[in-house]
Write a protein that binds this ligand. Sequence first.
Ligand code: ZN
Length: 600
Amino acid sequence: MSQISYRIYPLQPEAHLFQVDLLIASPDPQGQHLRLPAWIPGSYMVRDFARNVVRLNAVSDGRELAVERVDKSVWLCEPCAGELRVRYEVYAWDLSVRAAHLDTTHGFFNGTSVFLEVVGQAEQPCVVEILPPEGEVYRNWRVATTLPLAGAELYGFGAYRAADYDELIDHPVEMGDFTLATFEACGVPHDIVLTGRHDADMARLCADLKKICEHHIRFFGEPAPVERYVFMTMVTGDGYGGLEHRASTALMTARSSLPGKGEKAISKGYREFLGLCSHEYFHTWNVKRIKPEVFVPYELSKETYTRLLWAFEGITSYYDDLALVRCGLIKPESYLELLAQTISRVWRGRGRYKQTVTDSSFDAWTKFYKQDENAPNAIVSYYTKGALIALCLDVFVQQQSDGEFSLDHIMRELWQRYGQRGVGVPEDGVEALVREFVGEAASGFFDSVLRSTEELPLEASLSWLGVDLELRAARNQNDWGGVTRAVSRARSPKGDLAVRCRDERGFALITHVYEGGTAQRAGLAAGDLLVAVNGLQVSGAKLEECIARLPVGSEVNLTAFRRDELLQLREELQAAELHTVWLRLSDGGEERRQTWLGLI
Ligand code: ZN
């Protein structure tokens, strides 16, 4: 008999309420504290999951106990002699990978949203009974989770277990009438679970994911660190997102990103979905097992600061797409297109001149995860810039070791030294390890790429890999570059307001104003409704086209509403910045390029 057991069931799917019964055999005789995490590992923002606990009561020996709130996430039950039974409801209506969602079509939860920690007994094993909602209409519901079985059949309702609280909250659960397909990768069973309406080709999904999984397992070295793995996927019209766990990932994808039956080509949407799966699966090693020392163990009641997210998210972002070409799912040109887009994303904002990638990591809680209209001017992403640093680091290690080592070797060593042994990586651990491989030259390299806002040695690194980097103006705000020069028919140089906007009632609602551009100099601000350019109405859809027709250096008259006040602004039109990247294969470095892309 376990000391701690949970029972969770959809109480009222239509009211989005899970009910949880928690039984504690030996509660703290001084009074039992119960606590919900404030954040979920992998998503670095305080979300205060306790705000969704609707009501909670505690009973012992048939008597209702007094329950006191200690803080926003903690409850204290009055002392009792015998076992303690706690019952509470959790409101679940967050359609994301980070919390919990329940309706009459399915239920999904992360343990961080629904399982109260029995403070003082977090190291204890526990049992979790997962039950279906009541009613005939739910008779086809099944369960997908990597929680170890403790009586339940695979995909069935019933009893599961966890060795401790840390494990309990790291296996999300999906329940519903979902589509399920299974494949093996290096002998390990993997499930792909799709919830929501779709017409995906499951056989193709399995075949493609198998390639990715086997690539990653062999990258770090067999055997895989999991006994089974689940890709838990919510399909919606326009969803996108993923969150890594120790033996599964929760994903959201757009229906159109999944391959239809009979489709052979890889659409851009499907390439993005495969990249997402690759990213989350790589995390099975890099961040779920190779993890920052400050995450061992996690402190989930408040922010935990690390400067290492460039390594955990950036290096993972480098390898997610690279693995697609290395395992033959996409062509080298397709990979270069993705890489060019990553570079353009970093280069389009001036935030990269103001925030270092280590500061971006440290401040993820309040900046990267709480982006506002000024984000491109103020912050840099540790995902995208981190991925470019990983590329430069890969080349740096190869150059310094005369081709003996690459970033692949560093990752394997991180796995063997830290991940496999369950030891956290100190804040200087990655840099120290690279120094072991290539010597002190690494110190200057890291000072520059991690702790300064100097330009990365990207052109030189790519050139060494046999790839030429070229720049041009963006054709529109959603043009992130690629592999073709895409000669614009517009006059050259092309004028640009340097804004992002969207259509609003046939006008252009400004969402972002890039620092130093025409719009900012004129006095336009995010939130302004631009209604006319040179006296003619302008829509969000036509703004860029309209500006591109005007000569650079000419005076442009901008008419906009800020709140309810009409503004008449005038400014000299500046040329568009050349910060959109396109990549092409160069004449030299072919052998290094082929090795890099896994072609030889
Ligand atoms: Zn990630």
